[in-house]
Design a protein around this ligand. Structure first.
Ligand code: ZN
Length: 575
């Protein structure tokens, strides 16, 4: 059998061994911390909302602290404010600007709707973020980096001062009225969003890779007509000071950008999970929240639970949502009509979240849900069913999205000086364009620096003997393929399409590249991760009886959206 010619001078197990030593993903302390100088600055979000003039109606005094709850629970205050239509867009509630009724506002657990005067009331502790749940047909302000400003941070004493990367500066006493401006806009049923997996620059050089390799392409394509974008966590790589230049680069895309927290976006010196998101909160706002766009409901979840260093043990993270967030999810879903599409966005894939069964119980009876994650730096579609404890009538579609940084910007550099960053599944780095239409959605993969048509690689020998045809395997890696993808091949325009078989395995070209790159002694790049067996490879055999000469292999892959993608490869048949 003649499949590939790869001279394996270095064994794959030695590569794996090298990789085990480098402990890539799980060691949160990899990379260098840069001591943050100076004091914390307050978030733009906070000032946007805090600067708002108090509502002109009589609002009861805010400092009407209730009695302390049962033992140990923090003393509560009541936050009050209004949600209004900011017709002149100045962020302030001016005379004559309508107050909006029925708008949802949350303290991260309870969700209340504004009354007919646009008013809300919510209990807060001395560490609460109040946020408005953007309704369909309205938009919140965005800051200079296109980050949505839909929240007010209430931390009278600020974040813990000892954190290496600054958290939130003391916000002072609770304002009399915390008002949320919204502006009206049209949001049709059909719209698009850009989905970025781990962007994860560890420094400015990697922000620049992202800018040249991905952002420029997105800008060239008018942001693919997307209404907004989302980064699914690992926005940066441990150095939280990179958030600012990173955000500035993303802002060039020119659309509002939402962010999910990842395990590399944490304050690792925090003693517990609650204080591990302080820098994220300063820059992006609450660590979980939700919003509507068009007819679709989006939930941004924090599924990274931090366990601080203790008794000589290093800090670590695990996949978990926690009790308080689960309550928010439950309250949020209870207010969403059952047939509305709910999109859950998180960093760690759902199958790695410890309390996922609790989440399954909340979503499995809904007819339209889909969830998105990243974190693994390979692409995969999971259809979660009984085997994982899912009890819904239909399986749940979970997308592990392609990452923008591919394999953490590893691999040899191209003529632009940018690493090829091919992921461990053999797929290129890139992003997804997700289209929504009512309760329907579809996903389109886009490789960085490649035309839209580049959706798969085909592997076959350069030449085969006529007698070897039937034993010659053709493989194809359909980067965004899944068990729902039909993959077919044919050799020659007039022949029949023949179904290929899904054959989980390592991508052979990637395996070869990993070994090839290790042969270079003076490498000016970071070595690739070990290959990861991927389910999105299909295999087929060459048809017998082809005449000598040069032939064209075509592969066609049709995903659940019914749109076929194709690629071709030339093969010679010779004696
Ligand atoms: Zn991650």
């Amino acid at each position: 059998m003649h499949v590939f010619h790869s001279a394996r001078t270095i064994s794959l197990s030695s590569v794996l061994a090298i990789w085990a030593c480098m402990s890539l993903i799980t060691n949160a302390h990899e990379g260098h911390f840069h001591k943050k100088g100076g004091g914390a600055k307050s978030s733009a979000g906070q000032t946007t909302v805090a600067q708002l003039a108090p509502a002109p109606v009589q609002v009861p005094k805010a400092v009407d602290a209730t009695e302390p709850l049962d033992n140990g629970k923090p003393k509560l205050e009541t936050a009050r404010g209004i949600v209004f239509e900011d017709t002149n867009g100045n962020g302030k509630h001016d005379d004559g600007e309508p107050r909006l009724a029925g708008i949802k506002v949350s303290n991260g657990e309870d969700i209340v709707k504004t009354d007919d005067q646009g008013r809300y009331e919510l209990p807060v502790t001395d560490d609460t973020i109040i946020f408005v749940i953007k309704p369909r047909g309205y938009m919140t302000p965005v800051n200079e980096d296109n980050l949505p400003q839909f929240f007010y941070i209430h931390k009278p004493a600020g974040s813990p001062a000892h954190l290496r990367f600054a958290g939130v500066a003391p916000t002072g006493p609770l304002p009399e009225s915390i008002n949320f401006p919204l502006t009206k806009r049209d949001e049709p049923d059909k719209f698009r969003a850009l989905i970025f997996g781990d962007t994860q620059p560890r420094n400015i050089a990697e922000v620049e890779y992202m800018a040249h390799d991905v952002i420029a392409q997105v800008i060239d394509n008018n942001a693919h007509d997307a209404s907004f974008g989302v980064t699914l966590g690992d926005i940066v790589f441990n150095n939280l000071d990179v958030m600012e230049p990173h955000n500035q680069a993303i802002a060039m895309i020119g659309i509002p950008w939402y962010n999910v927290i990842g395990n590399h976006d944490l304050n690792f010196d925090a003693e517990d999970d609650k204080h591990s998101d302080e820098t994220f909160e300063r820059v992006y706002g609450p660590n979980y929240y939700s919003f509507d766009h068009g007819p679709t409901h989006f939930m941004v979840l924090d599924d990274v639970t931090w366990v601080g260093a203790k008794d000589g043990e290093k800090g670590r993270y695990f996949g978990g949502l926690g009790e308080r967030q689960m309550k928010f999810i439950k309250n949020d879903l209870a207010m969403i009509p059952k047939d509305q599409l709910v999109v859950l966005m998180m960093h760690i894939p759902l199958i790695g979240v410890e309390d996922r069964q609790e989440l399954y119980r909340l979503i499995e009876q809904r007819p339209a849900t889909v969830s998105l994650s990243a974190h693994t730096h390979y692409m995969e579609h999971r259809y979660i069913g009984e085997e994982d404890g899912w009890k819904g009538p239909e399986k749940h579609h979970h997308v592990i999205n392609v990452t923008v940084c591919g394999s953490w910007w590893r691999g040899r550099k191209d003529e632009r000086g940018i690493p090829h960053a091919t992921m461990s599944d053999g797929g290129p780095n890139g992003y997804s364009i997700m289209e929504f239409d009512g309760a329907k959605y579809s996903l389109e993969f886009r490789a960085a620096g490649r035309p839209a048509e580049y959706q798969m690689n085909i592997y076959a020998p350069e030449s085969v003997k006529p007698t070897e045809l039937e034993s010659t395997t053709v493989l194809t890696n359909v980067f965004a393929g899944s068990e729902k993808t039909i993959v077919e091949m044919r050799v020659g325009k007039d022949s029949e399409w023949v179904k290929m078989e899904q054959t989980p395995m390592n991508d052979p070209a990637y395996e070869r590249e990993v070994l090839e790159e290790l042969k270079w002694e003076q490498r000016n790049w970071r070595d690739l991760p070990a290959p990861h067996p991927t389910p999105h490879i299909w295999s087929g055999k060459m048809p017998a009886g082809l005449p000598l000469g040069t032939h064209l292999i075509e592969v066609r892959a049709t995903g659940p959206d019914g749109k076929p993608v194709t690629n071709r490869r030339v093969i010679r048949i010779e004696e």
